[in-house]
Design a protein around this ligand. Sequence first.
Ligand SMILES: Cc1cc2nc3c(=O)[nH]c(=O)nc-3n(C[C@H](O)[C@H](O)[C@H](O)COP(=O)(O)OP(=O)(O)OC[C@H]3O[C@@H](n4cnc5c(N)ncnc54)[C@H](O)[C@@H]3O)c2cc1C
Length: 448
Amino acid sequence: MARTNLWLFWGFWAVLGFLWLALNRGIFSPTSGFALRDPMMQFSGTLAMSAMSVAMMLSLRPRWPEVWLDGLDKMYRLHKWLGIGTLGLVIYHWLWSEGPKWAVGFGFLGRPSRGPRPEITDPVQRALLNFRGTAEGLGQWAYYALVALLLIALVKLIPYRWFRYSHRLMPFIYLVLVFHTVILLDYGMWLTPLGPILAGLMFAGSYAALASLFGRIGAGRRVVGEIAEMRHYPGVRSLEAVVKLGPGWPGHEAGQFAFATSNPIEGAHPYTIASAWNPADPMVTFIAKELGDHTTGLVDRLKVGQQITVEGPYGRFTFDDGRPQQIWVGAGIGITPFIARLKEMAALEPGSPRPEIDLFHTTREVDESALERLAADAYAANVRLHLLVDAKHGKLTGGRIREAVPNWSEASLWFCGPVGFGAALRSDFAAQGFPVEGRFHRELFELR
Ligand SMILES: Cc1cc2nc3c(=O)[nH]c(=O)nc-3n(C[C@H](O)[C@H](O)[C@H](O)COP(=O)(O)OP(=O)(O)OC[C@H]3O[C@@H](n4cnc5c(N)ncnc54)[C@H](O)[C@@H]3O)c2cc1C
């Protein structure tokens, strides 16, 4: 995670955790093991619902936080980490719910004597109490479903389509858990500063959940277009499609991406826009590599004239850091954002300010016509192209980049390609004292 996102992630838990502890100091002097059960469930439940609410809001794909959170791809990573935190917390919550009962059953703990319950005079609290049994029962089922859905989402061995279809149930589970929380949250907590915070989070999360259930995520950012041209690059198993856009597209910057839907049952897939924006000729180009179920065979399924829905643009991989020198590394299909920028630069007025650029393209597979087009784009943009075919030139390393670009320490580095390769280059440059936090930019080609 980028540093800001890391701070936000840990800051979120710290602020809410400390606030809860400050309001529930009795937890530090429990009278028995059983006396901890309720507060521990309240604590874990409050944090888990807060995290889920933020994750729900992020799933709305809001564009305004992209500047701070470094693009939608990083926001989805934050969403994923909030999901991991939620998974840990709900398991903890469940263990505190069931564990003490098991301990009583096995004779390790005595059943606590509750004494008479105080009479409840507050009408709202009394009304909430009527739903207690329902909320507990529903909460238990929602818990099992939530754990299953989170495991499907997090275990990458499980096919992506299982994750995608099952994840559509998440907003429903979330709404059940909102009901569970509203009824079962310690009533006194609503009247503390934590009450309005949790209520606000759950209100926003419920709005996001309903938007998701009614298919409204990104609805205002969808434009219908039509495939105007297609080109196949069999050597690299990729298909280029030029989509002529209908009215409504706000324009995009080179390096941004969009969600494209060619088949509503399949749903939207993210692709980098591999073309520069020209309002006089509103179109976007996508280059899709055959990487799985949907992308394999696209070349036979798509037709010129076919409608495509395009949603976006998203992302902050936009090359606008003002450095005098930039190093670009596009590995395999990770070349697409650089193609867009090459096209944009070729159209710049002569004499416009621009950095010196070295573009490294590494590839395992070869398609001569794709490479010729890339070389022509690099030439037109006045960018030095370093082409490395794995079998012929070996792997690209940080050392090879630094050798080819003597003033690398003044540059920024823009990387798009396999996650492991990006991580290795980042730590290699960091070990050389390169300020990776501010100057190593990465586009993540995965949202899971
Ligand atoms: C920001 C971004 C930009 C991308 N740009 C390009 C590009 O320019 N060219 C290109 O070829 N690929 C690009 N990808 C990857 C592309 O989205 C996936 O290769 C494609 O969706 C694979 O779908 P599949 O059903 O064929 O593969 P599957 O076998 O189902 O999945 C392969 C992998 O693709 C990803 N994936 C599948 N479906 C989706 C989906 N609906 N949403 C998000 N990820 C999904 C998953 O990580 C999965 O593990 C980009 C991805 C992201 C996140």
